[in-house]
Design a protein around this ligand. Structure first.
Ligand code: GTQ
Length: 345
């Protein structure tokens, strides 16, 4: 049973002052705040960032701020529930929309937070990660896991935009976030996306152990899309047509803290997702999806992004009666699972 606890005001002022002077705080006035009944208090608010709003403002940033003055020319998708200045979409997720113009170069650095890029538009750009030059094509997922060098360049003729997803808020909260700058990387000929091109048939470290913590760095959209279509065709009654971006050696999530997935909604399909403890981000790759989060409904057009707090049910509806819809999803599942707090309600 939950009963009323004593308030701070119930205590004599001189006692409160004396506690504070010794860096001491009474727990009971704040106990329900940090341990609320049944459901956590979440600052993360369901928020929608339409691409048609972001795009002109990002191109304007391209005119206002040269790449040398930005290093990374990014507009952060900040959740108003956390306060915009905190630059977080949820407790652990940071989202940014990054612009690289033809001929520009975002110099090499590495940092403790893990990142991924979801390519949104344009051709001709590349990210070199740990010496692997990854081509950037719409819908591709490119990893820059913790500690790996990465730089971005652009040999094409049109602006290139991608969505950055990082675990920066968590790593910063842990007082473990920092970066190191470096010079241009030497590009290596080997590429994980070629060595691990087919599920279930992976390079065999029979005479030698495979050491790479991140054997695959680029997950081409063409392959993820084909996997979803194949799964949907194989299992016509399956509701959640979903694939997880995994480490092809271990089958675990491809990064340590955030989880990444692609979803296909069949034409006209409504897919209810149960309330789960992690917060979720959705980005529309193809098609239009109606996203319902508690009392709010967003219509995600192509390249739109939204987020939903944890412990909240989400309903997805493909608005097209004859075309599938494809979504990229990021969430805090690996973090919650490793900490033992993961729940499906
Ligand atoms: O491209 O390396 O959105 O370091 C934030 C921090 C992108 C990047 C961000 C970064 C990067």
């Amino acid at each position: 049973m939950s009963h009323e606890l004593g308030r701070l005001e119930d205590l004599p002022q001189d006692y409160r002052d004396e506690l504070a002077s010794h860096n001491l705080v009474p727990l009971w006035p704040s106990l329900r705040g940090v341990l609320p009944p049944d459901v956590p208090t979440r600052q993360t608010r369901a928020t929608h960032w339409p691409y048609q709003t972001i795009r002109p403002l990002l191109l304007k940033a391209g005119e206002l701020t040269p790449i040398e003055k930005a290093e990374r020319r990014v507009l952060v998708l900040a959740n108003p529930g956390h306060g915009l200045e905190r630059m977080q979409a949820s407790a652990a997720i940071y989202l940014g929309m990054q612009l690289l113009l033809p001929g520009e170069w975002a110099p090499s650095h590495r940092h403790t937070p893990n990142a991924v890029r979801m390519v949104v538009e344009g051709t001709g750009a590349w990210s070199t990660v740990d010496g692997e030059k990854c081509e950037m094509v719409r819908g591709d997922l490119i990893l820059t896991p913790t500690g790996l060098w990465h730089e971005h360049g652009h040999d094409g003729t049109e602006p290139v935009v991608w969505l950055d997803v990082l675990d920066l808020p968590l790593v910063h909260y842990m007082e473990a976030s920092y970066h190191v700058n470096g010079g241009r990387q030497t590009v290596k000929p080997q590429r994980g996306e070629r060595a691990y091109a087919r599920g279930g048939v992976v390079p065999s470290p029979v005479f030698q152990r495979a050491h790479k913590a991140y054997p695959m760095l680029r997950y081409p959209w063409a392959d993820a899309r084909a996997a979803l279509e194949s799964l949907a065709a194989d299992q016509p009654a399956l509701d959640a047509v979903q694939v997880t971006y995994t480490n092809p050696e271990t089958g675990a999530h491809c990064e340590n803290i955030l989880g990444f997935y692609a979803l296909m909604l069949r034409p006209g399909q409504t897919l209810p997702l149960p309330a789960r403890s992690p917060a979720t981000v959705l980005h529309q790759i193809e098609g239009d999806t109606e996203v319902q989060v508690e009392a709010q409904t967003f219509t995600l057009a192509e390249a739109d992004t939204c987020c939903a707090p944890g412990y909240t049910a989400i309903t997805l509806k493909n608005r097209s009666p004859d075309q599938p819809a494809f979504l990229f999803m990021a969430d805090e599942t690996p973090l919650h699972q490793k900490l033992g707090v993961y729940e499906i309600r």
